[in-house]
Structure formats: structure tokens, C-alpha cells
Design a protein around this ligand. Structure first.
Ligand code: SF4
Ligand code: SF4
Length: 333
């Protein structure tokens, strides 16, 4: 199957296009889940409630019954349990009245066995007639960038699974250090010191990105289970192939250095580009990375800032889906 996506620069054309693309794809009267991140309190760059409300409006006009959905997070945050998440979301304007549809936050999940571990996949997107992945495209400290794959591979997982993916990518020193210092230089959290002929990791600061594993040419660091982006991609692919119908929209606006989970997501790194839509998460992220490269003239802007390659998660997802990383992009007005 070919990877294919479309770029739209204008917001109003996006809402019209969603109606055009999804009419007939999602059943009339059927529940359609809009999966999105409603923003950490204080983060002014996550997807705005007014924008989500227009997506809901476009789905309602073609006869679907949309609702917004997210899962609670695993780290210390007002969003780490459903009632508090709903309060935090309301603070960002996400109320049923403003959106015109129900807002659901739940940790209910079904267990699915993968190659590396068992994943808890959120029940709601598995049960919905269709899933619209509404993803803010931006940088991320662990995976370089966060887009549609991350919206599924982390955003559609249970709290327990989110923690297990991060823990599974944590480093273990296996011996043979040459003291080259590459792991320490490439750790995005400044978490590694080389002392006594080997690296030492401060696990209290380690989100398990596995960048030290990839940086060590002497191969003397292993992940506890598998590299972070491999686990993230496996979780995403297992969930995505179980969704009945998928439509992905990546929002390439206010592309910050860090993710929407942070109250301060750092600077906006690039001019707004627009909206990418595709029939699957891989195509949406491949197109977004390619457009960012074309518009900025930089190979991987997020990697320059976050030290972690944005390409690993898409390469892993493509391999697991039996696809290439080539992408065809159309642009329409
Ligand atoms: S896994 Fe990432 S954050 Fe943790 S020590 Fe390695 S490079 Fe640093
Ligand atoms: S990258 Fe490998 S060889 Fe170099 S300092 Fe780190 S552990 Fe040692």
C-alpha cells in the first residue's frame, strides 16, 4: 500500500474537506471518536477548543455522532486521572457546551499481546465506528517529534502501558565503555555522567528515550526491553490495525520544541504550514516530516533541538506495517 497524504493550508477548506472525505466513510448516526490532546494547563500551543469544535461541527453535518476522547497521563499532572483531566480540559475551553459534543477521558482498556510486551489499548477507539486522529505536530523530548503515531502509540494506551513503554526504553550498561562521551552528549535530559570508565544514569531524570543506546557505537548500552521508538511504534501499529476506520489530521501550526504535555513547551520552531490529512497515521506523519523539511530547508529541525531523531518512530512503524517510508503529497486549496 502506498503512503499518501494531502496538504491544505486554509482552516475553512479543511472543515469542508473533512465533510467531503468522510461522508460515506463513517456511518451516519454512528459514534466517531476524535482522539486529541486537550493540553496541559499553561500550554498555550496545544489544539484550541474552538478548532476542535469546528471539527466536531464538520462531523455532525455529515450525520456522525462525534465525541472527543483522551486517556489520562502517567506522570504527575492534573491530567493523570479522568475527573481532574476533565477539569483541566475545561480550563482550556474544552466543555461539552463549547465543543457541541461529549468529552470522554478514560483509562478503560483491552490487553493486546505484542512482540515485546502486552499493551493496554484504550477501549473507546477500539469500539467506535471511526477514529479521527487529530494530532498537533510538534517536538518531543523522547521521540523527537509527536504526531499521529504518538497520538496512538502513547495517547491511546492505558496509564500502566505508558509507564511500561518509557521504562522499557531505559538504559542498562552492559560493559565495554571506551569513554567516548557520545551517550552523554546525546542525552536530551543531561542525565549521563562518565566516571570510572563507564556511564552512570540518573534514573530519576530518565524518560527512557533510548537515545544513549543509539548513540553508543561500541554497543555497550541496551534498553531494558526495546528502544523507546520501537515500543511506541509497536503499540501504535497494534492499536491502529484494530481501529475500524481511521482518518488522520495533523495540525502543523504553532510547532513547539516540546510536546503539549508540558506547561511550557518551549519556543515555536517553524512558521505555520497548515493541515495534513491522510487515511492512516503513518502517511500523516511522513508527510508532516517531509513538509517541515521542505519548508524549513532543515533535515530534522526537531532533532537539532531535542537531539532525538524524529525518523525512528516512522521507520519502525513503516517496517511493522510492511510499508516504505516514501510519501506522495498532494496540495489542494
Ligand atoms: S534513555 Fe534517554 S534520557 Fe535516559 S539516559 Fe538514555 S539518552 Fe538520557
Ligand atoms: S557512548 Fe558508549 S562508549 Fe561512549 S561513553 Fe557512552 S557508553 Fe561509553
Amino acid at each position: 500500500m502506498k503512503n499518501k497524504a494531502t496538504l491544505l493550508r486554509g482552516e475553512e477548506s479543511l472543515f469542508e474537506r473533512i465533510g467531503f472525505e468522510l461522508d460515506g466513510m463513517f456511518r451516519k448516526g454512528a459514534p466517531v471518536l476524535v482522539k486529541l490532546h486537550m493540553g496541559e494547563p499553561g500550554n498555550g500551543h496545544a489544539i484550541k477548543a474552538s478548532f476542535a469544535a469546528k471539527i466536531v461541527g464538520a462531523l455532525s453535518r455529515i450525520g456522525c455522532r462525534p465525541f472527543l476522547f483522551d486517556t489520562p497521563v502517567v506522570y504527575s499532572s492534573p491530567r493523570n486521572n479522568p475527573p481532574e483531566y476533565l477539569k483541566a480540559a475545561a480550563g482550556n475551553g474544552y466543555t461539552e457546551i463549547n465543543i457541541g459534543a461529549p468529552i470522554v477521558v478514560s483509562d478503560d482498556h483491552a490487553k493486546v499481546k505484542g512482540k515485546f510486551m502486552e499493551y493496554g489499548i484504550a477501549s473507546a477507539p477500539l469500539e467506535a465506528d471511526g477514529v479521527l486522529l487529530l494530532s498537533h505536530f510538534k517536538g518531543h523530548v523522547c521521540s523527537g517529534m509527536g504526531g499521529a503515531i504518538k497520538n496512538v502509540g502513547m495517547g491511546c494506551m492505558s496509564k500502566e502501558t505508558k509507564g511500561a513503554i518509557h521504562a522499557g526504553g531505559e538504559p542498562v550498561y552492559t560493559g565495554g565503555c571506551t569513554e567516548c562521551g557520545a551517550c552523554a552528549r546525546n542525552c536530551p535530559t543531561g542525565n549521563i555522567r562518565i566516571e570510572g570508565g563507564r556511564p552512570w544514569f540518573d534514573v530519576s531524570w530518565c524518560p527512557g528515550c533510548s537515545n544513549c543506546v543509539h548513540s553508543c557505537e561500541a554497543e555497550c548500552i541496551s534498553p531494558k526491553l526495546a528502544p523507546f521508538n520501537t515500543l511506541l511504534a509497536e503499540a501504535a501499529v497494534l492499536a491502529h490495525e484494530r481501529f475500524r476506520k481511521v482518518f488522520a489530521v495533523n495540525v502543523m501550526r504553532e510547532m513547539t520544541q516540546f510536546c503539549d504535555c508540558m506547561s511550557d513547551p518551549g519556543p515555536v520552531l517553524a512558521e505555520d504550514i497548515g493541515f495534513v490529512f491522510a487515511r492512516d497515521m503513518l502517511s500523516a506523519d511522513l508527510a508532516s516530516l517531509e513538509l517541515l523539511k521542505m519548508e524549513t530547508g532543515r533535515e530534522d529541525l526537531f532533532m537539532e533541538r531535542n537531539k532525538v531523531s524524529s525518523r525512528r518512530q516512522v521507520a519502525e512503524a513503516a517496517r511493522m506495517m510492511g510499508r516504505t517510508t516514501e510519501i506522495d503529497i498532494d496540495e489542494i486549496d
